[in-house]
Design a protein around this ligand. Structure first.
Ligand code: ACO
Length: 388
């Protein structure tokens, strides 16, 4: 592969589409054929057989753990869930109407200030910090949710796995096994996805040799946008809009929306030109959960929308993405809309950190693209009282 510096002239790529700037072993997206691999393992295999804990280890350590390694990693995750008093106080001070994405961005950043060794580049210490950050993120989300609703916070339960514990801390009651299983699988599917916008933000910050907390803070801010992680929340709001304003008339909604040149949330992807494999898995999980909850309303609406949108958007190779069916799954799990994107972050933090570690171990080169200047040159400077 030719390095761009050997080519000479800068290459123009709107939105940095189709540009390689680094090498990775973490994730491969075959966008033409709709295939996804973590460390070379097909996503379907991981969704069927793995767990959030095991797949997280796979990405962070770039290998599947043996039994003992997994037990140690999992035990530390369970031990690291609680947050310090000072962070809890900070959460209590946050306005109750704040978006939870703003809350996690603020608390992760605040937490970075408390770590005296925040700038350490020692690998072992970084993996310790990684474990703590991954473990505490669900607690930050669940605590804020309970505080804003004037409910007592629920302490983490070490008997429950990562997925089950989050649902428990959120609701204050133990979720069922099937709810834990389905939620866990959604976390696996959200864990990692190559050089997406939020991971790129994390890497840009890491490339300046800033610290891991600053990198994660950058990533959270980027994930929030509705064109990226914010789409799962928007997808569920869209279903409600169809139900309430359009009386469930999917076709009318679609026609009007496309006529206004607006986007259908949860559809389309920069890399996939075929069906997103995560959406296929999530669709089946949503169907399973719909049967379990005895409520097919949302999944039926989604399938109908997908069928109606197919002939129109399919022409542009636009299909449902990961956020589309995740939305109804989280709704059926009784999770409030504005926690869908924080849940994405709860999973994707693993991908962010894995990429930061990999980047620092490889070139670690400062990221600094260029902009093509299209303005004028050598314009005269006009003094302020001579300007019109
Ligand atoms: N609905 C309708 N039309 C769409 C959609 C959509 N969801 N997505 C893309 N298009 C159309 C655009 O209008 C454009 O049409 P045009 O060429 O006639 O103007 C064409 O497809 C190409 O769109 P771009 O914006 O250039 O494609 P890009 O690769 O930049 O966008 C993106 C990818 C941002 C994900 C886009 O598909 C989108 O906005 N989707 C909706 C939001 C969403 O679901 N985001 C989550 C993405 S996955 C993730 O981040 C986890």
């Amino acid at each position: 592969m030719k390095d761009i510096r050997e080519i000479g002239e800068p290459v123009f790529s709107s939105g940095l589409e189709n540009i390689y700037f680094s090498e990775t072993k973490l994730c491969y997206i075959d966008g033409e054929n709709g295939r996804l691999y973590y460390l070379g393992i097909p996503i379907e295999e991981l969704a069927d057989n793995s767990t959030f804990e095991e797949s997280s280890y796979l990405l962070l350590y770039q290998k599947l753990p043996n039994k003992e390694e997994l037990e140690n990693f999992d035990r530390k995750l369970r031990e690291n869930r609680e947050i310090s008093e000072i962070l809890l106080k900070e959460e209590e001070l946050i306005p109750k109407n704040a978006h939870p994405m703003d809350v996690i961005r603020t608390i992760v950043s605040f937490n970075g200030m408390l770590d005296e060794k925040a700038t350490s580049r020692n690998e072992e210490e970084l993996l310790e910090k990684a474990n703590k950050l991954i473990a505490m993120l669900p607690t930050i989300v669940a605590y804020f949710h309970r505080i804003r609703n004037n409910l007592n916070t629920v302490k983490p339960d070490r008997e429950l796995n990562h997925a089950g514990n989050f649902l428990y801390m959120l609701r204050g009651e133990k979720p069922s096994d099937i709810e834990i299983e389905i939620f866990d699988k959604t976390l696996i599917l959200y864990l990692e996805h190559g050089m997406n916008a939020s991971t790129f933000s994390a890497i840009v910050t890491a490339s300046t040799q800033s610290d891991i907390y600053s990198s994660i803070t950058s990533a959270i801010g980027t994930l929030k946008g509705p064109l990226h992680g914010g789409a799962n929340e928007e997808a569920m709001k869209m279903l409600f809009e169809i139900d309430e304003k359009y009386n469930g008339d999917v076709e009318k909604y679609l026609k009007e929306k496309l006529a206004r040149k607006e986007r259908i949330m949860g559809f389309g992807h920069r890399v996939y030109k075929a069906y997103d494999p995560r959406a296929r898995i999530l669709k089946n999980l949503a169907l399973k959960l719909a049967d379990y909850t005895n409520n097919r309303k949302w999944i039926d609406m989604q399938i109908q929308l997908e069928e109606k949108a197919g002939p129109i958007l399919g022409e542009k190779q636009i299909y449902p993405n990961v956020d589309y069916y995740a939305a109804s799954i989280y709704y059926m799990l009784k999770i409030p809309f504005d926690l869908y994107t924080p849940i994405f972050a709860i999973a994707r933090i693993v991908g962010w950190i894995s990429h930061i570690l990999e980047y620092w171990k490889s070139s670690g080169r400062l990221i600094r693209p260029r902009e093509k200047y299209i303005g004028e040159l050598n314009k005269p400077y006009i003094k302020i009282n001579e300007r019109r």
